[in-house]
Design a protein around this ligand. Sequence first.
Ligand code: 3HC
Length: 686
Amino acid sequence: MTSPISTHKHHDILVVTSNNPPVNALGAAVRQGLVAAIEQAEGDASVKAVVIRCEGQTFFAGADITEFGKPPVMPWLPEVVDRIENCSKPVVAAIHGTALGGGLEIALGCHYRVAVSSARFGVPEVKLGLLPGAGGTQRLPRVAGVPKALEMVTGGGMIGAKEASDLGLIDRLIEGDLQQHAVAYAEEVKDIRPLPKSSERDDKLAEARANPGLFDDFRKANARKFRGFEAPEANIKAVEAALAKPYAQRVLDERNLFMGLMAGSQARAQQYFFFAERKASKIEGIPDDTRPRDITNVGVIGAGTMGGGISMNFLSAGIPVTIVEMAQDALDRGTGTMRKNYEATAAKGRMTPEQVEQAMGALTPTLDFAALADCDLIIEAVFETMEIKQEIFTKLDAIAKPGAILASNTSYLNVDEIAASTSRPQDVVGLHFFSPANIMKLLEVVRGAKTAPDVLVTAMALAKKIKKVAVVAGVCHGFIGNRMLMPRQVEATKLLLEGATPDQIDRVHVEFGMPMGPFQMADLAGVDIGWHRDVNRIENIRDALAAEGRWGQKKNAGFYDYDDKRRPSPSARVQEIIDDFRTKEGVEKREISDQEIVERTLYTMVNEGAKILEEGMAQRASDIDVVWIYGYGWPVYRGGPMFWADTEGLDKIVAGLKNQEARMGSDFSFSQLLLDKAGAGEKFTR
Ligand code: 3HC
């Protein structure tokens, strides 16, 4: 097998090139090749310096994640980085694309770093439940300073070349041919001794030692963000260890912390999710050569919260939008909100005022439905009733140009029935955005019975362009995400009658790692959503709350009472309402254990997920996990409901559901797939 690492000499500079598509991951062959190249440089007296560079789209994007969990193949990455740093001749990293994780660690092991201005740098290991385990937690603070290193290792985000250069992470920014300039740079530095080694620097650590409260302040400031995760604290500890010398000892601490994380369930879940997210974009049963349609402009019907948020996605990606409303005041309100949202983003420094104007300048607000005639994609975001949707699609059918994609943002309704109101059901698809649509990453792409393959391919490609993660769902009530929410809601409400409190149920969910529980979510979304608006028709607890104006946070009262800072506290009035209902329904009050709440609200979701799979409404179990992590904040360190069920053991899930079967009554029925898999000792996910 040929090595992915090749070398060639340019006068007295040895140029080492990695060619390991798609992202130059640092697999065993790359690691072996790099060490061999350094040995070659050491053994050749005519070589005065070394340049390490990559072919293809990027510099090394990190360790090869597919090797994790397999028997290790030598040399380990930390040894490779040390070997580079200990080379007796200067080594220059020539960086383009993204130097990530182990890739940045390789760069930090080099004595010098040059990069093109589009290059980006990061240590995303924390997102895989890990820490930079090849000296990154030790070298990065020494080069970039402790505060920046802490931010980078715990956040996992990327910084641009300009910032990297300002921090001293990059020695020179290159305009023009990277290889040529890197070789020229190597010529400049080839005789300088001693060689600058990141591991030996102490100036920036000394700055941090002068501020001993730095670490605890950082922990406190980020406590909410890190809640439930193991990796951020391990990253902080590793950086903290860097302050105490000697380096060789601290690097062992890093190794131990790395191995501890790697052996844990969170890292397994987060690494599973890395591949789950990428798999979600692949559509089964579609010819590989299916080409997407061109989308150069988009129409949006409805300038409400959803329509406005949806439009912003396209505008931010530079795609012009025509937005249509029925009345001028609604149109003005909608576009006003969009501008306000953009300006708030600009105020936080995440957009320039020019970018705000550019985005808003690409928006055409109108009351004229016929203005949609030229759009390549038209997304309807109006009231959630079939009649209205069908009326709109019939109108669209009459005016949209041939080949235009007609999409509905419905969150529950039957996309096939909507498509049937047109003469071109092959062009109709569901695009279910999640609120706030300009922020939430998830997009459910609902595949109708007649949706054409190229329409689906277009939707997936477009999702990537607007920085969403798309998951294909079949036509069923609530698709993947909202459908699984239903059994949870039904059982949570019944548990209130049986003796649990909103507070107890929400606490169980929050302790599990959800951002909020079902009743906190109801208060946030609005208790009045979907309410029939008849104050005399009180058929359940929710009706009673809505009739009293307890509509949730917006009214400072819902399932909880809220103070003027929107802090919730349990409500005596809500408890009275629950008690009244209990008496009326003749339900006996009893102690409800936290475990029962888990079994009736979370195990039932797994059961519904299994039904979705067995009906073919999701392509794969991992797609369901992607929906719940990106759409509803399921804790990523538990890998999503289906991965979590596998981790718990499907036999345990079935046993828990059997415990509760009688209490759940006719609201519950087992998924045959779940029973079969549990019986056979199988898993949903690999
Ligand atoms: N190992 C193995 N495969 C990887 C990989 C990695 N580090 N990074 C990406 N891939 C694969 C993806 O799975 C995908 O495969 P597929 O085509 O079969 O689905 C393919 O490469 C392309 O990836 P993307 O679809 O993500 O391509 P993009 O162009 O959108 O993004 C990227 C490129 C920014 C490099 C992105 O892939 C990425 O963020 N990769 C992960 C980087 C990372 O986490 N590095 C740290 C690894 S852990 C580590 O280094 C430990 C060390 O400290 C000891």
